[in-house]
Design a protein around this ligand. Structure first.
Ligand code: ADP
Ligand code: MG
Length: 470
């Protein structure tokens, strides 16, 4: 966390400027949106034309930049001139209590006060980003028939990591059914029980990207020791290791070291271990040492419960008829249920309509026709690079050649469109660029597509190629 002391005149200016910004924003978004996303922001510092604001978590930054980028930019330019810039910092204190819609936005992992005071310098140096999103918890994971076993096993593991026979815990199921939510909830719970536990969450494709970087920088030992030192290793979407022989070898050693030391390993995949064709047999057999639990699509009652819970946390109030209509029509995927609510909120946020039955029907129809797939960012990049005949590595490097920049931006754009990866994850895949670069690429391509028919066709052709090959 930033620990710079703020002098009162800076604070006053930052506060005033932000107040003015808020008054503009307030006029342009509905009440609920304003309360949910803007009110919890705190102004921190004003430095010439850069305003630093503090948000409760990285999810806020992503949401705001995705949905309100134009509004925010305009407002900042208006207040601070053409060089106006907004810098986000993330609050790490646990003092933040959202006023209205606490469920999903209450993000801080709560450490008892005295524990956070006890963290000394030495321990701080050892700290690392665990990539866990505090949004994923057991208390907001709705229990249903389809996830009963997986949930029970996850809770057991979170209470005694490494000490149950569920090691590894292997959770599999289709897209959008709650695998990521569940395995991150385990990590969050373990840390909240014992903040000293070294827990890390990452998806197997990030693991691969980091490994490749470690090879390039001659730091493979450090890389593998880092993971071998974890108490709890959570790897999401392990199926992305298929075809990555070297990464599989390294992962095999990490797995063995951790398992022998009684450390907990948690994995997720779209298929059970035995169906992971192309994965090394010795890994498959190890994955079956512990407990394998599936998650099935939610039944009608579970879908209703999820919708009620989520709409409450988004601050939308929907009639029972509407909730039942959505639950009846969106069946296979919890992410789509959630997506439907977000879309409704966004549509209502644009001030274009209240949430009435017509809007609900239209939104459900739109959602139901989008196919959810498990496309990887690397695959998208490969197809884009093939199309433009540019070297995949150039796209990851700092190459400013026109066609490389275009390929990179289109690959980022399609990654955002076709995967559920966060901006941060997408940036990592493209040579560790940060999330604002991804946003910039996305907006740029979005603009090009709307202005230039030829560009629109290019992007659509590439998109079809990608979608047809999965
Ligand atoms: P997967 O990793 O299986 O593709 P996710 O864990 O990303 O799916 O879940 C998709 C979305 O649905 C997430 O926002 C998650 O919070 C939500 N979700 C999934 N299952 C549940 C559940 N049982 N209760 C509440 N929310 C859920
Ligand atoms: Mg997932």
């Amino acid at each position: 966390m930033e620990s710079k002391t703020i002098n009162s005149s800076e604070l006053k200016n930052a506060t005033n400027v932000w107040k003015e910004c808020l008054s503009i924003i307030k006029k342009n978004v509905p009440f609920i949106t304003y309360n949910t996303w803007f009110l919890p922001i705190k102004p921190v510092e004003l430095n010439e034309s850069t305003l630093k604001i503090q948000v409760p978590n990285s999810y806020f930054i992503e949401w705001i930049e995705e949905h309100f980028n134009t509004l925010i930019n305009k407002t900042v330019f208006q207040m601070l001139g053409n060089n106006g810039k907004l810098v986000y910092i993330i609050s790490q204190s646990d003092s933040y209590q959202p006023d209205l819609f606490s469920e999903d936005l209450d993000t801080t992992i709560k450490l008892p006060k005295e524990k956070s005071i006890k963290i000394n310098e030495e321990e701080k140096e050892d700290s690392f980003d665990n990539y866990l999103s505090p949004r994923y918890r057991f208390d907001n994971f709705i229990k249903g028939e389809g996830n009963q076993l997986a949930r029970a096993a996850a809770i057991a593991v979170s209470e005694s990591p490494g000490e149950t026979s569920f090691n590894p815990l292997f959770i599999y199921g289709g897209v959008g059914l709650g695998k990521t939510h569940l395995i991150q909830a385990i990590g969050n719970k373990i840390i909240s029980n014992n903040y000293k536990k070294r827990v890390i969450y990452l998806s197997s494709d990030i693991f691969t990207v980091e490994f490749v970087e470690a090879i390039q920088s001659n730091t493979v030992n450090e890389f593998s020791n880092f993971y071998k030192n974890m108490d709890v290793l959570i790897i999401d979407d392990i199926q992305f290791l298929i075809g990555k022989e070297k990464t599989q070898d390294l992962f095999f050693h990490v797995f063995n070291t951790l398992h022998q030391a009684g450390k907990q390993i948690i994995l997720s995949s779209d298929k059970p271990p035995k169906d992971l064709n192309g994965l090394n047999e010795r890994l498959i057999s190890r994955f079956q040492w512990g407990l394998t639990a599936d998650i099935q699509p939610p039944d009608f009652e579970t879908r209703l419960a999820i919708l009620k819970n989520k709409s409450k946390s988004f601050g939308i109030s929907l009639s029972n008829d509407i909730i039942e209509y959505i639950a009846y029509n969106i069946k296979n995927n919890i992410r789509e249920l959630e997506g439907c609510l977000i879309k409704l909120l966004a549509n209502a946020s644009l001030g274009s309509a209240d949430i009435n039955f017509e809007l609900v029907k239209k939104t459900v129809k739109e959602i139901a026709t989008v196919r959810e797939t498990n496309i990887s960012i690397d695959f998208i990049n490969q197809v884009v690079c093939n199309y433009f005949n540019v070297d995949e590595n150039k796209v990851r490097e700092k190459n400013r050649k026109k066609e490389v920049v275009l390929a990179r931006q289109i690959a980022m754009y399609l990654s955002k469109k076709l995967t559920r990866s966060s901006l941060k994850t997408i940036g990592l895949h493209f040579g560790g660029r940060d999330h604002s670069t991804v946003i910039h690429a996305f907006n740029n391509i979005d603009k090009l597509i709307s202005e230039d028919i030829a560009m629109k066709e290019i992007v659509e052709t590439i998109r079809n190629k990608i979608e047809l090959s999965v």
